[in-house]
Design a binder for this molecule. Structure first.
Ligand code: 4AD
Ligand code: MG
Length: 455
């Protein structure tokens, strides 16, 4: 269908003004006066609507131009002081009518209501803004890694190894339950892969192996967690960005993480001006100021041990009192980022026993060279560490956790053959989008979010 994107009419207006153009789109609003009708048309390419001017003298049928109707329109593009450009309609064709049961009649609906119609909420201004930023954020991530010499790696989604060792894997099977099997082993041996298989929680282990040949890699795809966490920041299926860098220690990867986060925020600020201005006005107040501040100031960095002291001295009544050795709860993270540091904060050197097996053991014998990046309003967005490069220490950590080392032979080979210091992190992409777009609930960052009890 020959037509011009509405976006081009705004960004390249000199090329189109005073010429006849054809545009397509959906009616956002319709307004009538004595002599003229006004339609706000949006085709998804531009956040700004194109205003259509329909002169009543022209005998164009406007009675069905309700919100949601799709149109093909031809007319003269003219300059407008208020709108930049607008279209004086000569011909109008209704592509699809929109009957009265269309649920998006009102100007503003609650996000809760819109969650019940995920297939239609994408047509609202709010979700157009969020999903445009989502796209830009993904592009910015690829841009950062490409510019910095990382290779984009595709790791398997179906896997036999639980990287985080937290037992949160979804199983992948083609077998029905059959009571004739005597042991689990026998049962899995008959399954599609001849072994117990699941959906990957993280591509890190494959990423580490690849980095040993390619130097620097990143993966970016969906990963899966069968956590029964029904919170505003947990998904069963989330998008995960995982770089892995050879010849980098914990301080190097922290520097990379900070540079990376600033780069992707800056890229969105530059390329999603209209969308972020809208989200600043109708979503999170002070969003733009927050993002500018993050880009232009240093992140905080605090040792886990010091963070525990800060929490103890805070005078706050936490639901979970904190002691050295405990994992930080959301309320603790919130205090550190929202009240104490008031900016993104790396908490470094966690106790070994609350973290995963692969993290580099510090000389103190108690902590590991691991860091979480916490941000105000959300909490953890990055889980990061230097990896244990020493085979014996790694084996010891696995045995402590009762892990079957024979299942990790390929991974252990990276330490056997030319092991090097290396580090990496995992960024929760959907949480990053929450932070940039000021989205309060992770269910509003994906078209069809998957959460416990809901598919
Ligand atoms: O901290 P996590 O579990 O770290 C790893 O998986 C490492 N193997 C990553 C690596 O070093 N390559 O997860 C990393 C990030 C978290 O900080 C969080 O932002 C996000 O993934 N995440 C989730 N996001 C949405 N829903 C969930 N259920 C998430 N679980 C983790
Ligand atoms: Mg984590």
């Amino acid at each position: 269908m020959k037509h011009t994107d509405i976006k081009k009419l705004f960004t390249n207006s000199a090329e189109y003004v005073e010429k006849s153009v054809i545009v397509c789109g959906w009616v956002r609003t319709f307004r009538d006066s004595k002599t003229i009708s006004f339609v706000e048309l949006n085709d998804g390419t531009s956040f700004k609507n194109l205003q259509l001017i329909i002169d009543k003298d022209k005998n164009i049928d406007t009675k069905n131009l309700v919100a949601g109707t799709s149109l093909k329109v031809e007319g003269l593009l003219v300059e407008s002081e208020k709108n930049g450009v607008e279209l004086q309609v000569a011909n109008l064709e209704v592509l699809g009518e929109c009957p009265a049961e269309y649920p998006l009649q009102k100007k503003r609906h609650t996000l809760e209501f819109l969650r019940e119609i995920p297939h239609l909420r994408i047509r609202t201004r709010y979700f157009q803004a969020v999903f445009t930023v989502r796209d830009q954020l993904a592009q910015a991530i690829h841009k950062y890694f490409h510019l910095n010499g990382y290779k984009y790696l595709h790791a398997p989604i179906i896997t036999a190894s639980d990287c985080e060792g937290a037992g949160e894997m979804f199983r992948v099977t083609t077998q029905d339950w059959n009571a004739n099997y005597k042991t689990e082993q026998e049962y899995y041996a008959d399954d599609f892969f001849g072994a117990k298989a699941g959906l990957s929680v993280s591509c890190q282990l494959e990423g580490e192996m690849a980095a040993m040949g390619l130097g620097r890699i990143y993966t970016f795809g969906p990963t899966f967690r069968a956590e029964h966490s029904n919170t505003t920041k947990h998904l069963a299926e989330f998008w995960h960005v995982e770089p892995e860098v050879c010849f980098a220690d914990i301080n190097d990867i922290i520097e990379i993480g900070e540079e990376f986060i600033k780069f992707i925020i800056k890229d969105c600020l530059e390329n999603c001006k209209d969308e972020l201005a809208f989200l600043n006005q109708y979503g999170e107040q002070g969003l733009l100021e927050k993002l500018e501040h993050v880009v232009n100031s240093d992140f905080a960095k605090v040792d886990y041990t010091d963070a525990v002291e800060i929490l103890k001295k805070s005078g706050k009544q936490f639901v979970y009192p904190v002691e050295w050795g405990d994992d930080l709860q959301t309320e603790h993270e919130k205090y550190l980022t929202d009240e104490y540091f008031k900016k993104p904060t790396f908490v470094v050197n966690y106790p070994a026993h609350i973290k995963s097996f692969y993290m580099k053991q510090n000389p103190d014998g108690k902590t590991v060279a691991a860091t979480d990046l916490l941000v105000p309003g959300i909490g953890e967005i990055i889980g990061c560490s230097e990896r244990e490069a020493d085979l014996d220490k790694l084996l010891e950590a696995m045995k402590k956790r009762n892990m079957p080392t024979e299942a990790y032979e390929d991974y252990l080979a990276t330490r056997r053959f030319g092991s090097v210091p290396h580090s990496g992190f995992g960024l929760g992409f959907d949480r990053m989008l929450m932070y940039i777009a000021g989205v309060q609930n992770i269910r509003d960052t994906l078209m069809f979010p998957r959460t416990v009890g809901k598919i």
